[in-house]
Design a protein around this ligand. Structure first.
Ligand SMILES: Nc1ncnc2c1ncn2[C@@H]1O[C@H](COP(=O)(O)OP(=O)(O)OP(=O)(O)O)[C@@H](O)[C@H]1O
Length: 273
């Protein structure tokens, strides 16, 4: 086979691989969200494929965070907020009255915009979740969970000699990775991230982005971001929101190179938003 044919074959296989979308982990079906009488989301349908990164993009106020929060029922904590429609996790309705919300939030963890470690030691920040969920039978097992979570969050080497020091004493980027370790420690299946890098400098952002790329081997990730570069770098699927509706969903590379909708094109090229 000559070099040209080999390259075209590789590209064709690569394209085909990119086009494959993993099985659906979470599914939104006609999801509407109201804050009192104000409707923030209108009949949103969205499939979230497992073990991929899905980016939610769109101009300020379009409902990205509202949708993200509805995936682990964080909206339940907002007074006057009401969700209609259906959201499933592995086919199970997460708004079913039988669902234990604490358990749901362990399966669908969340990392917030501003790093929010507890005012406790680095060790305790990570150990807290496994302890309340009874995931460790002994101190030794708990130590192991803490270490492996910090390792997966690419933080262990930086903090291994000061696990008893306060989590709030770390740099912003380290604090955010500590929050990711805390989310990972309870073995979630899905991790929701609401602009996780917006408070970080470019170097800390690059580390968190690298980490997100590694995490997708084991977790389903949904990330809200205002940075088009970040969406393009870290995600494989992208959903574009506008005025409480989904404008377009697709393979990230396709969305950024050949969007189907004019509103997507205008937004990603900075013409509005
Ligand atoms: N707690 C709340 N109470 C009342 N209205 C809210 C609340 N949270 C959000 N909203 C409204 O719902 C709509 C969607 O907001 P949301 O925060 O989901 O948008 P967003 O796309 O995440 O915006 P941003 O990119 O600015 O964070 C907005 O009109 C907003 O004002």
């Amino acid at each position: 086979m000559n070099l040209m044919t080999e390259r075209s074959l590789e590209k064709a296989v690569g394209d085909k691989m990119n086009a494959v979308v993993n099985a659906t982990k979470m599914k939104g079906n006609k999801v509407s969200v109201f804050y009192g009488s104000k409707q923030a989301l209108f009949d949103v349908d969205l499939d979230i494929p497992e073990k991929m990164v899905m980016a939610l993009i769109g101009p300020s106020g379009c409902g990205k965070s509202t949708f993200l929060r509805s995936l682990n029922r964080m909206n339940d904590t907002i007074e006057g907020c009401r969700v209609t429609g259906q959201i499933t996790l592995d086919g199970e309705d997460i708004y079913d009255p039988k669902i234990d919300v604490v358990e749901l939030r362990a399966r669908v963890g969340m990392v917030f915009q501003k790093p929010n470690p507890f005012p406790k030691s680095i060790y305790e920040n990570v150990a807290y979740g496994p302890r309340i969920h009874g995931l460790a039978k002994s101190r030794h097992e708990l130590d192991e969970i803490v270490e492996s979570s910090l390792r997966r969050a690419s933080l262990f080497e930086e903090v291994k000699d000061r696990l008893q020091e306060s989590g709030t004493g770390l740099s912003g980027g380290q604090q955010q990775r500590l929050c990711i370790a805390r989310a990972i420690a309870v073995s979630p299946e899905v991790i929701l991230m609401d602009e996780p890098c917006s408070a970080l400098d470019p170097i800390a952002t690059a580390k968190v982005e690298e980490l997100i790329d590694e995490l997708r081997q084991n977790y389903t990730i949904v990330i809200v971001t205002h940075s088009m570069q970040q969406a393009a770098r870290v995600s494989q699927r992208t959903a574009m929101f506008h005025l409480g509706n989904i404008v377009e969903v697709g393979d990230t590379e396709m969305m950024f190179t050949t969007p189907k909708e004019k509103r997507t094109q205008d937004y990603i090229t900075g013409r509005f938003g």
